[in-house]
Design a protein around this ligand. Structure first.
Ligand code: MOS
Length: 705
């Protein structure tokens, strides 16, 4: 059983050093299997293959599923539809309760499943299933005039609206007002490894067991979500995800395809069922970032000091299952102003269910807020960094608690020095290089520091100074396996090579999702708790076989301090005067994130976030055709993600610091902050280059023509 352990700061030796990825060789030599690649060695013997049949209408009722030709196709074993699929327990999770009723809620919804001996036969069988519908009118377009639904809370459980002081009066009395509308596009998470699940049912000690390999950011969460719907206890569902090729939030929760695989496997007990979701299917089934409309009003004195900040957000959710992006959440804590108001309203559309995508909330919200701040700087005739200096709050404007470690201005000072900010022309459209307008821009970045509850770790002595350390957390490619090895080594006072780390299995101690930039903080604190408890109980020379399981006690100061990370983003943009082509030759992020556990893997996280922010700023846009309710962009040709040719001189660095109030390692979390503010810095740089203000992303060449 797990005990709670108060932790003390870890004496660092491996932490902070460039340890190579412990799974690097396995990954680059093809010995690290992704979910769908698991074979006989892992118990996946003689699998069947599953293919999804998706709705071709946006709303309506399935009146007939003609399965005859599909069932006649060689290799096809079974076709399941809403009438023949196994029943699920009642659930209010409309996304996961698939094939329980004939209702169609969005285009691309799963309406039938085909099981076959090969993937090809399953796919061909799926093409032969003939579904007829009674079509009903649908609404699939987010507009200012239909986004009026007020949710009870926004992701994950934040206030929908906030209000302080008298915003309208403060705006009316302000010397300078910026009032603009900003828009961000639909975006789809496109991890390198598409979603995939392998599932099989068997018995263990007389109990039904559902075993899965799932490409997931959190195995315990998948088991906890699926088990009650399948009428099982949580420990009857075993989920493993030893290697995952990215997720960006889309694998943070189980989506419909996971349930589809579990249901299909239930009908063919004894044989595993494999489902590899295609890239095209991901655009309907595995979540996406909703488009957002931000109405921002800033009221300031002539000196740029803010009196009022208002950020009213309109965005969409699905009528089937509510998810509200917390777009205005960073506006609540970013800058000082006595009068402030934020709100979120939704259009509940007949569309696929949106979900998490790297820095949900902060990414679209800080695009709006940070472009608005740039506009205010221009209106006030102030350098944009000076404007931010003048609006530094003494306390967290949202909670009125002191910030634990707010070093936003240190990030700007360091970035300005390194980027050469002091030589920047004060006015826009001041620099031309041949046919290119050249400019620079900045934006702030922020992300909350979160430690999730419910994490535990186990330490067992293997003798001869070696230790087995276990926690059920998933490494989605971030380097979690490596940094947890370093944390365990330092907490036990041994070399990293003396640690055998086991992760990503629900049979290991519970771990929270690899999301919210909370993984290393949450799991690492549990590993330290277990190690310190182990040392206290068993000393420096433990007998082989002794073991301790512990979870980290909550930090008592979490109630007294506001924990956030901060950063500054600097961008240079070149805009071609005849074609509008946009290039970003330089991009730099400087971050305050507590102590960095592994500079190599951390740098990859920051750079990856910056690339993703650049990509959002210039390229990424999923286009939904409202007439039919489907995403037209369904592949990496039409949905362009920044490629090597788009990413030029890019770098990230961080302030040397340690946040031992937050975690015993001194770290705060780094996975998401790199994408925050980056699109705004790029947009602000294109304004400085051209004198033309673009208030929506992606910023395409036509905006400058
Ligand atoms: Mo991240 S969007 O919290 O997986």
């Amino acid at each position: 059983m797990s005990v709670e352990q108060q932790t003390t700061p870890v004496r660092v030796r491996s932490i902070g050093t460039h340890l190579d990825r412990v799974d690097g060789v396995a990954k680059v030599t093809g010995r690290a299997p992704y979910a769908v690649e698991h074979g006989e060695a892992d118990g996946v013997v003689d699998p069947l293959h599953l293919w999804l049949v998706q709705s071709t209408v946006a709303k309506g009722v399935v009146v007939d599923v003609d399965t005859e030709s599909a069932r006649d196709h060689p290799g096809v074993i079974a076709v399941l539809d809403h009438a023949s699929a196994p029943r699920l327990a009642e659930s209010d999770d409309g996304e996961l309760a698939i094939l329980q009723e004939p209702t169609v809620h969005f285009r691309g919804q799963i309406v039938a499943l085909v099981l076959a001996e090969t993937s090809e036969a399953a796919r061909e069988g799926a093409a032969l299933v003939n579904v007829s519908y009674d079509v009903e009118p649908h609404e699939a377009e987010l507009r200012e005039d239909n986004a009026s639904y007020r949710p009870d809370s926004v992701n994950p459980d934040m206030e929908t609206d906030t209000e302080e002081g008298d915003v309208d009066a403060a705006i009316a009395a302000a010397d300078i007002v910026v009032e603009q509308t900003y828009r961000t596009a639909y975006e789809h998470n496109n991890p390198l490894e598409p979603h995939a699940t392998v599932a099989w049912w068997d018995e263990e000690d007389g109990r039904e067991i559902l075993s899965m390999f799932d490409s997931s950011q959190g195995v315990h969460g998948v088991a906890q979500t699926l088990a009650p719907m399948l009428g099982l206890e949580v420990d009857q569902v075993r989920v493993r995800a030893p290697y995952v090729g990215g997720g960006f939030g889309s694998k943070g929760e189980a989506h419909a395809h996971v349930m589809a695989t579990a249901l299909a496997a239930r009908t063919v007990r004894g044989r595993p069922v494999k489902l590899a979701v295609t890239r095209q299917q991901m655009f309907a089934l595995t979540g996406y970032r909703t488009a957002t409309i931000s109405h921002v009003r800033l009221g300031a004195g002539a000196d740029g000091r803010l009196a009022a900040i208002e950020h009213r957000v309109q965005e969409q959710s699905s009528a089937l299952k509510e998810y509200a992006e917390q777009t205005a959440s960073p506006t609540r804590m970013m800058y000082a102003a006595p009068h402030r108001r934020t709100s979120h309203r939704l259009a509940l559309l007949d569309v696929a269910v949106p979900s998490w995508m790297r820095a949900p909330g902060e990414m679209p919200g800080m695009f709006a807020h940070e472009v608005a701040m740039d506009e205010l700087a221009v209106e006030c005739g102030l350098d944009p960094i000076e404007l931010r200096i003048r609006n530094e709050p003494e306390l967290d404007p949202e909670t009125k608690k002191p910030f634990n470690n707010r070093r936003l201005l240190d990030c700007f000072r360091r970035g300005a020095e390194r980027f050469g900010w002091s030589s920047r022309p004060a006015h826009a459209r001041a620099t031309q290089d041949g046919d290119w307008w050249v400019g620079t821009g900045v934006a702030s970045a922020t992300y909350p520091a979160m430690r999730m509850p419910g994490n535990a770790a186990r330490v067992r002595s293997l003798g001869a100074g070696r230790y087995a350390v276990a926690i059920g957390s998933v490494d989605i490619g971030t380097g979690a396996r490596t940094v947890l090895t370093q944390i365990a080594a330092d907490a036990l006072g041994v070399e990293p090579g003396a640690i055998d780390l086991a992760i990503a299995d629900t049979r290991l101690p519970p771990a929270s999702v690899a999301g919210g930039s909370s993984g290393t903080s949450s799991w690492g604190s549990a590993v330290v708790a277990a190690a310190q408890r182990f040392r206290a109980d068993h000393g420096e020379h433990p007998d082989p076989g002794v073991e301790t399981t512990a979870s980290a006690a909550d930090d008592p100061q979490a109630d007294e301090l506001a924990f956030h990370s901060f950063g500054s983003v600097f961008a240079e943009a070149r805009v071609h005067r005849w074609t509008g082509e946009i290039r970003v030759p330089r991009l730099l992020g400087v971050y305050s994130v507590g102590r960095v556990i592994n500079p190599t893997t951390a740098r990859s996280q920051f750079i990856g976030g910056l690339v993703m922010g650049l990509s959002a700023g210039l390229f990424e846009e999923s286009y939904r055709d409202a007439r039919f309710g489907h995403m037209v962009t369904q592949d990496l040709a039409s949905y362009h993600v920044a490629s090597h040719a788009d990413v030029l001189d890019i770098d990230a660095e961080w302030l040397e610091e340690s946040d031992e109030v937050f975690t015993p390692m001194g770290s705060r979390g780094i996975g998401e902050i790199g994408i925050v503010g980056t699109a705004a810095a790029v947009a602000n740089a294109t304004y400085h280059a051209t004198g033309m203000r673009v208030r929506s992303i992606p910023i395409t060449p036509d905006r400058f023509l």
